[in-house]
Write a protein that binds this ligand. Structure first.
Ligand SMILES: *[C@@H]1O[C@H](CO)[C@@H](O)[C@H](O)[C@H]1NC(C)=O
Ligand SMILES: *[C@@H]1O[C@H](CO)[C@@H](O)[C@H](O)[C@H]1NC(C)=O
Ligand SMILES: *[C@@H]1O[C@H](CO)[C@@H](O)[C@H](O)[C@H]1NC(C)=O
Ligand SMILES: *[C@@H]1O[C@H](CO)[C@@H](O)[C@H](O)[C@H]1NC(C)=O
Ligand SMILES: *[C@@H]1O[C@H](CO)[C@@H](O)[C@H](O)[C@H]1NC(C)=O
Ligand SMILES: *[C@@H]1O[C@H](CO)[C@@H](O)[C@H](O)[C@H]1NC(C)=O
Ligand SMILES: *[C@@H]1O[C@H](CO)[C@@H](O)[C@H](O)[C@H]1NC(C)=O
Ligand SMILES: *[C@@H]1O[C@H](CO)[C@@H](O)[C@H](O)[C@H]1NC(C)=O
Length: 432
């Protein structure tokens, strides 16, 4: 075991030296980014490092502390994963809503902003029956009926399996329990990717969903601006390192969180460097980021994920095609009966969909959202957040997310469509 770790470590070192072989302008871009992180960290607004009780609570404890009732349900997927659904139950005639987090995240996303601001609480205040999902592998769903997370078979999944197994298990459980369809599914980032896969591969399940709200939808990502794209250049190295060190988990998130807390919450200047580092990855918007929340955020983020999920995104970035996992020609022939993996067919998705996106989202550019719009047959709302610096994670952590985004969602859910589809079409076509 230790020998394997040693080999992994040596691999890691050789791969660091490998970095110097990257194209010149990539390395210079990265070094410019690092300079920017340090430079912009000098005169930063204050980060309060006072003790925040939410920084040690889990999702149900935070919900209870905010004064809401809460339940946890453990459900099993068809392939044996045990997922935890958190819930803020509504009354007997309330409408069920499912919220689904993104990559490296968890159900905590929807409550971090606190009472009166976080989407889960706003929905509960409006009388909805609020369900918070947790995808396989994350903090609350790291279990399987017979596979141990120490076995790399456990981590052999991407958002594909989340779409064809996790979401169907959650949606079936909720709709059976409530004997009614899901009123709305709300996904952020990877929570949208997997929904589109579910809707295209398991149309019967998607019939149980009356509407979908997509926040920062991740389907096509060719025009990504985030430096995360450079990971693509070293993805075979990442694959090997993660295999040798973490049995295909994408880092050991518990350790990463522990280290980040130790480093970032040590003193104010280090906290600023950490939050700047995050801005570099998903878009700079320090006005919307509440520094006081950093200890709470780092209690949950990053949650565990599989390396295969990252690799599947890298493939979509490379091929610019929303398609199944590429195992290489030979294995593809065996699995898919074709050399290239098949595309997901979005043209049959009948669920009405509201797309919400932002200008400063370094993961998902407006161009890519517009391309997605043209692939989906039933878009009922196309909403660009009216704050030019809004970034990928402001959808869940932004100070004004409730005003800028959630108000609109609540309106759409009440059936008051702010725009009709024809005018959406005009907007999209005129800007092309
Ligand atoms: C990087 O180098 C390539 C080829 O030399 C060039 O086409 C490209 O514009 C450069 N990119 C940047 C950001 O300088
Ligand atoms: C940082 O603050 C110092 C003094 O408070 C000031 O002199 C300096 O110009 C500031 N630098 C930036 C980049 O804002
Ligand atoms: C930082 O905090 C100090 C004391 O709490 C306050 O005087 C100062 O105005 C704050 N600075 C910023 C930029 O908010
Ligand atoms: C909800 O329904 C259950 C069982 O039908 C009943 O026991 C309970 O009192 C109801 N609650 C409310 C608030 O109506
Ligand atoms: C991982 O699980 C698979 C399937 O149960 C099993 O065949 C394999 O031996 C396990 N590997 C390890 C290292 O335990
Ligand atoms: C923060 O901690 C680092 C490392 O311990 C130290 O170098 C730095 O001076 C500290 N900054 C402040 C403002 O205390
Ligand atoms: C989509 O719909 C068309 C026409 O109804 C049908 O022929 C096709 O098989 C459907 N595709 C999928 C993936 O269900
Ligand atoms: C920032 O977060 C703290 C802690 O949750 C909260 O008390 C404060 O109101 C938030 N500030 C803004 C501007 O949202």
């Amino acid at each position: 075991m230790d020998e394997i770790k040693l080999i992994g470590l040596m691999y890691l070192l050789s791969f660091c030296s490998h970095l110097s072989a990257l194209p010149i302008n990539v390395t210079s871009e990265i070094s410019m980014l690092i300079k920017r992180i340090i430079w912009t960290s000098r005169n930063q607004s204050n980060i309060s490092l006072e003790f925040n009780p939410n920084a040690i609570l889990n999702t149900p404890e935070m919900i209870r502390k905010a004064g809401y009732p809460t339940e946890s349900h453990v459900i099993m997927t068809e392939d044996g994963y045990l997922l935890t659904l958190h819930r803020i139950p509504g009354g007997n005639d309330s409408l069920p809503v499912l919220l689904q987090h993104g990559f490296l995240s968890s159900s905590a996303d929807w409550i971090v902003l606190g009472k009166g601001k976080a989407l889960a609480y706003l929905l509960a205040d409006q009388g909805y029956d609020v369900w918070l999902g947790n995808f396989r592998g994350n903090t609350y769903s790291k279990a399987h009926i017979f596979l141990s997370p120490l076995n790399s078979t456990f981590w052999s999944y991407s958002f594909h399996e989340m779409g064809i197994y996790d979401l169907p298990a959650m949606i079936t459980f909720i709709t059976n329990m409530r004997s009614q369809p899901l009123h709305t599914y709300i996904g952020h980032s990877m929570g949208t990717t997997s929904f589109f896969i579910m809707a295209s591969e398991r149309p019967k399940i998607s019939k149980m969903v009356q509407m979908m709200v997509a926040l920062a939808p991740v389907v096509l990502i060719k025009h990504m601006q985030s430096p995360v794209q450079y990971l693509n250049l070293i993805r075979s190295e990442i694959k090997t390192v993660m295999r040798l060190l973490f049995h295909d988990e994408f880092f050991q998130s518990d350790i990463v969180r522990f280290l980040l807390k130790k480093i970032c919450l040590r003193n104010i200047s280090l906290a600023e460097i950490c939050s700047n580092f995050m801005f570099i990855i998903w878009g700079d918007d320090r006005e919307q980021f509440n520094n006081t929340l950093l200890p709470v955020i780092l209690n949950h983020f990053p949650a565990s994920a599989s390396t295969k999920t990252l690799l599947h995104y890298a493939q979509i970035f490379d091929s610019d095609k929303f398609r199944k996992y590429d195992y290489g020609r030979v294995k593809n022939l065996l699995i898919y009966n074709s050399i290239d993996p098949p595309n997901y067919d979005l043209s049959n998705i009948t669920v009405p969909i509201a797309l919400s996106y932002a200008d400063n989202d370094w993961f998902i550019s407006i161009e890519d959202v517009k391309r997605l719009y043209h692939l989906l047959p039933n878009v009922v709302d196309m909403y660009e957040v009216p704050w030019p610096k809004f970034n990928h994670l402001d959808f869940i952590w932004g100070k004004d997310a409730s005003k800028l985004v959630y108000d609109r969602i609540l309106k759409i859910m009440r059936g008051k469509n702010p725009k009709n589809v024809t005018s959406v079409n005009n907007i999209v076509n005129n800007q092309n």
